[in-house]
Design a protein around this ligand. Structure first.
Ligand code: A5P
Length: 230
């Protein structure tokens, strides 16, 4: 089996295991990305077998998938809390600190995770790291004055690239902001300090660091095994 196929198996088993944790009547936050896609697919199957839930989504793509599978979507402004959010990660360490936003949905993902009683993280084994920082850190940045913002980040020692579309236009998030992907020269000993420095820069809307948000972590393996860490 190719590496891509093995990783796909790991994502599917993690997604299915997380869908099995969802209980009758829950309000579920739907994450974004390929592992969340697997989760939503399994959740749709469970709903077809009688599970009744409602959901909020962190991206249009996840919302469309859920709606096509007859999962009722509620307006985020009509609710005050979410029972459980289920979402992927680009990197996660032993303290459950994460980098997220590879798919560009970090701001909505963080808002939904912050409203949730629990965030269940679903990853394949490749996402587990000793230290964060190999994966470029996505930063959501206001398009107004974006050059000044990246200049300011550079002065702090944070270099990176504007995320672009295939035709070299600025990638726009669903909130109409830009994404700057920071490349760290080495892994991070103190990501909390880095996060604070970046968040202090005017124009930075949100970073892809997720701290103190993860609850259970569901890890899928390419041999089909799943581990759930609480
Ligand atoms: C989306 O913006 C991200 O935060 C994803 O949750 C993260 O990139 C993981 O994506 P995959 O499940 O596709 O690896």
């Amino acid at each position: 089996m190719s590496t891509a196929n093995k990783q796909q198996v790991a994502k599917e088993v993690a997604g299915k295991a997380a869908a099995d944790l969802i209980e009758q009547g829950m309000l579920v936050g739907l994450g974004s990305g390929s592992t969340s896609f697997c989760f939503i697919s399994s959740l749709i199957e469970r709903c077809a077998q009688g599970l009744k839930i409602t959901a909020v989504s962190t991206s249009k793509k996840s919302m469309e998938q859920a709606k096509a599978g007859n999962i009722p979507i509620v307006d985020i402004n009509s609710i005050s809390h979410i029972d459980v959010a289920v979402d992927g990660a680009d990197e996660i360490d032993k303290k459950k600190r994460m980098i997220k936003g590879g798919g560009g949905a970090l701001l909505r993902e963080k808002i939904v995770a912050g409203m949730s009683q629990e965030m269940i993280v679903i990853v394949d084994e490749s996402k587990i790291v000793d230290e964060l920082g190999k994966f470029p850190l996505p930063i959501e940045i206001c398009s107004f004055g974006y050059n000044a913002t990246s200049h300011h980040l550079k002065e702090l020692g944070y270099e990176g690239k504007w995320r672009k579309t295939e035709d070299e236009k600025f990638y726009l998030t669903e909130n109409n902001n830009y994404i700057f992907d920071i490349n760290f020269p080495h892994s991070l000993k103190n990501p909390e300090i880095v996060n604070q420095q970046i968040k202090n820069v005017p124009g930075v809307i949100e970073t892809g660091f997720f701290f103190n948000l993860a609850g259970r972590v569901v890890i899928g393996y390419s041999n089909g095994d799943v581990q759930i860490h609480s």
